[in-house]
Design a protein around this ligand. Structure first.
Ligand code: CO
Ligand code: CO
Ligand code: CO
Length: 337
């Protein structure tokens, strides 16, 4: 069993489980005043992955920010995962990250060697993405938090939002589910080392290759699966696209250990919040119900495209798999088959 060091034990609720409940977020967003701007191609109204601002008819900025408490114990790995996670929202829009600013909360008496490893892990992952760090901001805080604000570029006509899913489309996911449950099992000393390594490998993988692969097909809609879990992000896609999304739980792929730890009660606080918030829009149930709500860190892309293009994407990017489809809006936004 991996030793639980102070990194994950500094978190109050187990990594990204300390994310604000989507219910609270929804209420606050509704109260922000609106000043329409014709250059805002994607704003915060549609709950998309990143905002998009048009600079010229050929170039738009994609901007996003993400930071969280440690989900793993190794500082270097945590930094790299935080970077992969923050970059992911640019990839989910079909963009290319170009620059990043780091965000750090660090205890006044924290270990400087550990901090240096976190920052190094982040910097190397940002570099792997072909992206440059321009600066950042840090504050003293008892709970460690780390992440990035990322800026990317995109052609205004090639933005992949969560609003384009069409009836008849097939849904493809590019990573396995279960990082939240495995992080919680690690924090409780229940997780096997091999399972933690499997989850880390998945979280460390940039969505860059998945994004590049999807861009060679006619993608109708895309989002990444992160803190709100598969159902939370599928819900956003279903509502924004005015469709119903069917998920086939038998086709879902889970990280090794995830199903076992969930059944043993390693349920992140964020999973319960996600279920409480989104279960009203879900019809049907499955034996993997917990994992459908599991908050993912640096999760995969959820892509909506035609059946033919989905087959092509599976061939081009073998970790992508079909796990659902889009039908005309009928009944609730999500149906579990
Ligand atoms: Co996202
Ligand atoms: Co995000
Ligand atoms: Co998107």
């Amino acid at each position: 069993m991996p030793q639980v060091s102070k990194l994950t034990s500094t978190t109050s609720a187990g990594g990204c489980a300390s994310k604000l409940s989507p219910k609270i977020l929804d209420q606050v967003l509704a109260r922000i005043p609106r000043w329409p701007n014709e250059n805002v191609l994607v704003g915060f109204d549609t709950a998309d992955d990143a905002g998009v601002y048009k600079l010229t008819p050929e170039i738009a900025l994609v901007q996003t920010v993400d930071f969280f408490s440690p989900v793993v114990d190794d500082p270097y790995t945590f930094g790299a995962i935080a970077a992969a996670n923050a970059l992911s929202d640019v990839y989910a829009m079909g963009g290319q990250p170009i620059s990043a600013l780091s965000i750090l909360a660090w205890p006044a008496k924290g270990d400087l060697e550990e901090l240096a490893e976190i920052v190094k892990g982040g910097a190397e992952k940002v570099h792997e993405a072909g992206c440059t760090i321009l600066g950042g901001h840090s504050v003293a805080d008892n709970e460690i938090k780390f992440g990035y604000a990322v800026t990317g570029l995109i052609h205004p006509d090639r933005i992949k939002t969560n609003a384009g899913a069409r009836p008849g489309d097939v849904l493809v996911l590019t990573k396995r589910l279960g990082t939240g449950v495995i992080s919680t099992a690690l924090k409780r000393g229940m997780a096997k080392e091999a399972d933690v390594e499997g989850a880390e490998k998945s979280m460390l993988t940039l969505n860059r290759a998945a994004c590049e692969a999807m861009l060679s097909f006619d993608v109708h809609g895309c989002t990444d699966v992160t803190g709100f879990g598969l159902i939370g992000h599928a819900r956003e896609m279903a509502l924004a696209s005015h469709v119903t999304i069917e998920i086939d739980p038998r086709k879902l792929q889970f990280l090794p250990g995830a199903v076992e730890y969930a059944s043993q009660g390693a349920i992140p606080g964020g999973l319960k919040n996600n279920r409480e918030f989104a279960s009203y829009c879900v019809e049907g149930q499955s034996e993997f119900d917990d994992l459908l709500y599991d908050p993912q860190t640096s999760g995969g892309l959820l892509i909506s495209l035609s059946e033919e293009d989905a087959e092509g994407l599976e061939r081009k990017f073998p970790s992508a798999y079909r796990m659902g489809r889009v039908i005309a809006k009928s009944g609730k936004p999500i149906r579990i088959l």
